[in-house]
Design a protein around this ligand. Structure first.
Ligand code: GLP
Length: 247
């Protein structure tokens, strides 16, 4: 896996935007796998800026998001559908009908997971998948587990994830306990994978991702099964443990 260590968050965001913008220039009808969380917010600002400068267009692009909270409607301010509109879709020329995200309001879990997998298959898979990383190593909402979930599933969120994400909600009790997440198999099948990590709280898990055991107990470590596809871009803080232990 290729590791690019940047001075700071701004540089990480710009380097990541360069990769996604290049993808859109070279293949305007790309299927982009998109992520939420605080980490990609700067990247999305850079993409909006590239779009406004006329460097890129999303007109022919399609997007599939990694995950959505179970029980939240697209109008809920903490839903990932809302996040994507606020941070990217409302500011670029992507067609709303070309943006896809699991439907958090669908209580038919089997129906929703197979609907999402069929949809991704029909799109021909993901060209470039963007990822953040949870403090427990989750990618999308694939939490540490004894087995690898290949396709979309409805996941019970870990205590640490509920705690970490409670910063976006009025209280911890309001954080949904389940989420729909694209599976690790779909993520690993993407043409190219770009993982972003920022901040000291990601240093330990990033070191485990690169140097620990490859195991579904650390979902991000599974990326080492397809090392040639993966680029990790992080800031100095997130790389600190790797730099300390491995130079
Ligand atoms: C959430 C999302 C993940 C994201 C992770 C890290 O739980 N489901 O896709 O990568 O949190 O978020 P942040 O970037 O805010 O640290």
């Amino acid at each position: 896996m290729k590791l690019i260590v940047c001075e700071n968050y701004a540089e990480m965001s710009r380097r990541a935007a360069d990769i996604i913008s290049a993808q859109l220039v070279l293949k305007p009808n790309s299927v982009l796998g998109l992520a939420t969380g605080s980490t990609p917010e700067g990247l999305y600002r850079e993409l909006i800026s590239d779009y406004k400068k006329g460097i890129i267009s999303f007109e022919e692009a399609k997007s599939v998001n990694l995950d959505e909270y179970f029980g939240l409607s697209p109008d809920h301010p903490q839903s990932y559908a809302f996040f994507m509109r606020a941070h990217l879709f409302d500011h670029v020329d992507i067609k709303p009908e070309n943006t896809f995200i699991p439907d958090g309001t669908n209580v038919d879990r089997d129906g929703e997971t197979s609907r999402y997998d069929t949809l991704i298959e029909k799109l021909g898979g993901v060209d470039l998948q963007l990822l953040g990383i949870g403090v427990d190593g989750h990618i999308g909402f694939n939490e540490p587990s004894d087995s690898i979930s290949l396709g979309t599933s409805c996941v019970a969120l870990d205590e640490s994830t509920i705690k970490a994400n409670s910063r976006f909600f009025a209280s911890e009790d309001e954080v949904p306990k389940y989420a729909y997440s694209m599976g690790c198999g779909t993520i690993l099948s993407a043409g190219r994978i770009l993982l972003l990590a920022s901040g000291k709280n990601k240093a330990e898990i990033l070191e485990k991702t690169f140097y620990g055991e490859v195991t579904p107990r650390v979902p991000a470590s599974l990326l080492r099964l397809v090392p040639e596809k993966v680029t990790v871009i992080c800031d100095r803080d997130a790389a600190s443990k790797i730099l300390e232990l491995h130079g």
